[in-house]
Design a binder for this molecule. Structure first.
Ligand SMILES: Nc1ncnc2c1ncn2[C@@H]1O[C@H](COP(=O)(O)OP(=O)(O)OP(=O)(O)O)[C@@H](O)[C@H]1O
Ligand SMILES: [Mg+2]
Length: 491
């Protein structure tokens, strides 16, 4: 914000100057509406000296004409004027949805006029003869109030527009939809089923659900159902009494008990044996169970989140997974899309992982050399985010310069690039679309993958960048030039 002459002007010996706020105010635009030329001139001098940009109008009609053309922060209007008076002006402006705060000036300091002015939509009023110090204080108040309202509105929009979970990086529409479900499901006790290929972030989302829930202070307990045999899994989940099976030495609490009050994350749920499926179904239905070899019925308060990279519906159809259990688990389902379908998340993920591993390995790596992001966007990422994370970790370890280069990437990624020559060297000679592509990719490299920062530098929306990245990803693999080396016509 620009500070104005106001701060220097304030100490000039004007009556009541002690009342003047000393904080600098932004240069606000003000329209003075008065049929008295002398009154307008006096106000103009006062306000201009304070750093306001002043316009004038001789009556309501003229003022309305000006307001339709350009917006004002404040309209300082006399009440009594020929043609259209001040109150009619406020009403007309409000009806037309013209922005700006009205401050009315009236010679008749009656309560009625004041009330009527406020009712018509005015923000404040001043009584004539005008006292310069009072005018300035009132105008300041009006601006301050407007700024507060504006800040509150911006905050509200920001909260509404973007819900973020710190640990989960990415701003693709797909992830936004997931944030939305997490935000709504987390506070409840509903069972959440997380689906998606390996490495897409299911465990991360499970943790986020716990973190965003009222249970966050209580345990988050994870059980990897695929890693344990049938017997061991049962005892792991429900605990066992002494000597209940070979190897059960002492009495042991199960994960359900450990997770009491918190969240139990059943990972690889698609792999559990039928006998355990039955027991799980009972806990889901009745929230009670017995330890293996035990008779006492235990009750727990546990929120369950389950995950699998298998096609669970397919397993149900094939008779491998109980249908009733499937429906119990599938109360809220979240499917994490593979990374190849949301390549727009790659720049942000890359910069997130560079930061993480530069720090943990104590290396000075800050970003990517131009062209490197292209290679990362071209690849299909069968191992999803986990594979990307591994590639970046490896690159950070190998890096000899502050910016990662294609040489730091594994061979599958560092192959010859079908990308275009760099901008500058190919203007003229490239289509506007190719130049746009270069501009977007190079800006992203400079801002370390932040689509929002790239968007503000390029003067376009972050959504558009996301959209373009998806397009580029889809176009990769298709030759960008035909045999003659002529650019292909763009569709
Ligand atoms: N959106 C993301 N932002 C930041 N890190 C992510 C994101 N998605 C995944 N990761 C990271 O990628 C790695 C793999 O994620 P995660 O373990 O959650 O995958 P998963 O879906 O559970 O895979 P699997 O089915 O193989 O168990 C983790 O290190 C995780 O932190
Ligand atoms: Mg996992």
């Amino acid at each position: 914000m620009v500070s104005t002459k106001r701060t220097e002007a304030a100490p000039l010996g004007r009556p009541g100057e002690g009342l003047l706020p000393s904080a600098p105010v932004p240069r606000a635009r003000i329209l003075v509406v008065d049929d008295e030329p002398n009154a307008r001139a006096a106000l103009r001098t006062l306000l201009a000296e304070e750093g306001y940009t002043v316009s004038e109008a001789a009556d309501g009609m003229e003022a309305l004409g000006i307001l339709r053309e350009q917006s004002m922060d404040i309209i300082l209007a006399d009440v009594r004027m020929p043609r259209m008076d001040g109150l009619a002006l406020v009403r007309a402006a409000r009806e037309e949805g013209i922005p700006g705060a009205f401050v009315m000036m009236t010679a008749f300091a009656s309560v009625e006029t004041a009330v009527e002015a406020m009712r018509s939509g005015a923000e404040n009023f001043l009584t004539k003869p005008l006292d310069p110090a009072t005018i300035l204080v009132v105008l300041d108040k009006v601006l301050e109030k407007r700024d507060l309202a504006r800040d509150a509105e911006q905050l509200r929009l920001r909260v509404q527009e973007r819900y973020r979970i710190d640990s989960i990086v990415g701003d693709s529409a797909a992830l936004q939809a997931i944030f939305d479900v997490v935000r709504r499901a987390a506070p409840t006790k509903a069972t959440v089923l997380l689906l998606g290929e390996s490495g897409t972030g299911k465990e991360l989302v499970a943790q986020a659900i716990h973190q965003e829930s009222p249970r966050r202070e209580k345990p988050f307990v994870k059980v990897n159902c695929a890693a344990l045999s049938e017997t061991l899994l049962e005892s792991e989940l429900f605990g066992h009494e002494r000597g209940s099976f070979t190897g059960a030495v002492g009495r042991r609490e199960g994960r359900f008990e450990l997770a009491d009050g918190g969240t139990l994350f059943l990972d690889e749920i698609g792999d559990i044996a039928p006998s355990v499926q039955v027991k799980l179904l009972r806990v889901l239905q009745q929230r009670e169970f017995e330890r293996v070899g035990g008779t006492q019925t235990l009750k727990v308060d546990v929120r369950m989140v389950a995950a699998t990279n298998r096609d669970l519906a397919g397993a149900v159809a094939a008779g491998k997974f109980r249908e009733d259990l499937y429906y119990r688990l599938n109360v809220v389902a979240v499917t994490l899309p593979p990374l190849r379908t949301r390549k727009g998340d790659i720049p942000a993920l890359v910069s997130h992982f560079i930061q993480r591993y530069a720090q943990s390995y104590g290396k000075h790596v800050r970003g990517l050399l131009p062209g490197t992001l292209n290679a990362l966007l071209r690849y299909d990422w069968p191992g999803n985010v986990r594979e990307l994370e591994n590639v970046i970790e490896r690159a950070v370890v190998l890096a000899t310069t502050p910016d990662l280069t294609a040489d730091d990437l594994p061979p599958v990624l560092s192959g010859p690039s079908p990308s275009h020559p760099r901008a500058g060297s190919f203007i003229p000679g490239a289509t506007l679309r190719e130049i746009e592509r270069e501009a977007i990719l190079r800006t992203l490299e400079v801002v370390e993958g932040s689509t929002s920062r790239a968007a503000s530098m390029l003067g376009i929306s972050a959504r558009k960048i996301q959209y373009r990245l998806k397009e580029y990803a889809e176009q990769e693999g298709k030759p960008a030039h035909n045999e003659e080396g002529q650019p292909e016509p763009h569709r």
